[in-house]
Design a protein around this ligand. Sequence first.
Ligand SMILES: C[S@@+](CC[C@H](N)C(=O)[O-])C[C@H]1O[C@@H](n2cnc3c(N)ncnc32)[C@H](O)[C@@H]1O
Length: 249
Amino acid sequence: MPVFGDYSKYYDLLYQDKDYEGEARYVDTLIKKYLPAAHSMLEFGCGTGRYTREFARLGYSVHGVDFSENMLAEAKKKSGNIEGLRFSCGDMRSIRLREEFDVVVALFHVLSYQTTDQDVLDALKTVREHVAPGGIAVLDFWYGPAVLTQQPQVRVKEVSDGNLNVTRIAQPILYPNENIVRIDYDAFIESKTDMRINKISESHYMRYFFIPELSLIWKSVPLEMLSIEAWMTDDKPGTNSWAVVAVLR
Ligand SMILES: C[S@@+](CC[C@H](N)C(=O)[O-])C[C@H]1O[C@@H](n2cnc3c(N)ncnc32)[C@H](O)[C@@H]1O
């Protein structure tokens, strides 16, 4: 089953409480610290466009790219004709838009979806290809010391809207020699009108990263790391910071 297939229809409902507005403002602050005049933005793994629309509201002209047609369909449906927004289907490991941007972002762990060394290198080379001279990239990812300390747990999430109840069970399996966690998602979609239940299953593979390996990776692309911190803080990454964000030039 491909990732972000039928699951994409319920993605925004599952993340209805995620503070995309506050997170986009936080990323905007990170960007402004290094590039106050930044205007054009390329967003890899834009998904259903939740950040994309927030960045457009903050004044960026944003080109969102995702390799899931289903996620992009949701993004286009929800974005209407917001000025300064474009979407393309493509794989961040290989796409070449022949255009450079002030900022390239990939948010909510898109980098962690690149699981092999080659995937990670290819994705970061694509990032570099699309950053204008003097431009920056902002990427977040799962942080190894936190993943290994806290250990991935089984989680159950229940959400609903006027039509549906969705129960999602996430069962992780840790592969410590590969730096990968496989998460088996089973989502049960119950219609409130006829009580029928539809089940959707997907397995997502997430790579977690450590600073020394990232330093080698940045060097080989090459990209210069300007900062690294625990997501939504200005704290040094630690065993409590599952999500970490790096700013690169
Ligand atoms: C967890 S979702 C995040 C979506 C969006 N950034 C958000 O925060 O709602 C990860 C997204 O990355 C996309 N993705 C993963 N690997 C990709 C790749 N190599 N190229 C393009 N998109 C990718 C998936 O299709 C999915 O939409």
